[in-house]
Design a protein around this ligand. Structure first.
Ligand code: NAD
Length: 312
């Protein structure tokens, strides 16, 4: 019997834990805070900024919005980062990319205080992650691990340590923000990890790997990449992908909205309906990993706040 993992419930539970910890810190006169740095007005980055603001409000955090115009110089942006580094109301700094062309990602990222780098962008923090000593495991990969750990404890009734040790895990996607860090987090838990990517597919080798996975983590950004033929019977499938696709009718034609434009919907990388029954457990999109990601960011900000106040 397949279980659709209720990531929304996991996110809500995490939020309760975060609110409780924040209230305890506030009794000591300490309030955690997150600053976002959006340069210009990229649509996706603005959406993400709004979500961070909403979650900060729910958690009782300070929220600081830095939003210089798209024509700002790199020097000015770095000045803003330095100001945030020195601001005790800011526990964590979140640069929201893409930045305009005149601003180098790495110049901005490298100017963030390593103890305020709550989404693990800094090479120093990525290095610690690789060594198995992550201070701030990046939010999305950490969300994947959190979902699996809760599944191990609550459904399989096993210690997450035993769940991961020797588990055959295949990751699809090798980006610096999702694929590689999630692979490290699983490897550091002594899983047997294979990382596949677009070049694996180009050589026709994707199925060879994914079909051997007891746990399949997919983060490619390609709708319907993973059909039932790529999944082992009884696998656990975690779908990180987020894709906007056209809604189709039964003849495969786009369904139009009142303005005559094709309706769209959000899907993951896994063909959920076709794959679901083959799995032991699966996450869906929307209502999946994304419901946990922002909470992991808040958890990292709480940790950063405690580090700043000598509580950790
Ligand atoms: P990315 O574009 O940086 O990396 C995509 C990865 O997928 C690459 O490693 C690429 O080689 C691989 N890939 C692409 N096509 C492939 C194919 N045909 N076969 C095998 N591998 C293929 O993307 P990213 O930032 O890692 O994000 C991946 C997906 O996860 C996106 O859909 C993104 O929107 C989503 N995402 C979700 C969350 C969340 O909280 N749920 C957070 C971040 C990213």
């Amino acid at each position: 019997m397949t279980m659709v993992i209720d990531c929304v419930a996991i996110g809500e539970e995490l939020m309760k834990e975060i609110v409780k910890e924040t209230e305890t810190l506030k009794t000591k006169g300490i309030t955690p805070g997150i600053a976002t740095l959006l340069v210009g007005d990229d649509f996706g980055a603005r959406m993400y900024r709004g979500q961070v603001e909403k979650f900060c409000e729910e958690a009782g955090f300070n929220y600081i919005n830095e939003n210089p115009s798209a024509d700002v110089s790199e020097e000015e942006v770095i000045k803003i980062v330095k100001k945030l580094n020195a601001d005790p109301a800011v526990s964590g700094i979140l640069p929201l990319r893409p930045f305009p062309g005149q601003i180098s990602d790495s110049a901005v990222i490298n100017s963030i205080d390593v103890n305020k780098d709550i989404d693990c962008f800094q090479p120093f923090n990525m290095g610690k992650l690789a060594l198995g000593e992550a201070t701030f495991p990046p939010a999305t990969p950490a969300a994947v691990i959190e979902i699996l750990e809760r599944y191990a404890r609550e459904v399989d009734k096993v210690d997450p340590k035993d769940f991961f040790e020797g588990a055959e895990i295949v990751v699809v996607g090798h980006s610096n923000s999702v694929g590689k860090p999630v692979a490290y987090l699983a490897l550091n838990r002594n899983a047997t990890v294979s990382v596949t990517h677009v070049f694996t597919s180009m050589k026709g080798n994707l199925a060879k790997h994914t079909k051997g996975a007891d746990i399949l983590i997919v983060a490619a950004g390609k709708a319907d990449l993973i059909g039932p033929d790529l999944v082992k019977e009884g696998a656990i499938v975690i779908d990180v992908g987020i894709n906007r696709v056209k809604e189709l009718d039964e003849k495969g034609e786009p369904i139009l909205n009142d303005k005559g434009k094709p309706k769209t919907k959000t899907v993951g990388d896994v063909s959920f309906d076709a794959v679901k029954d083959k799995t032991r457990a699966i996450t869906k999109v929307p209502g999946g990993v994304g419901s946990v990601t922002n909470r992991m960011l808040l958890k990292n900000a709480l940790k950063a706040c405690k580090i700043a106040h000598g509580l950790l």
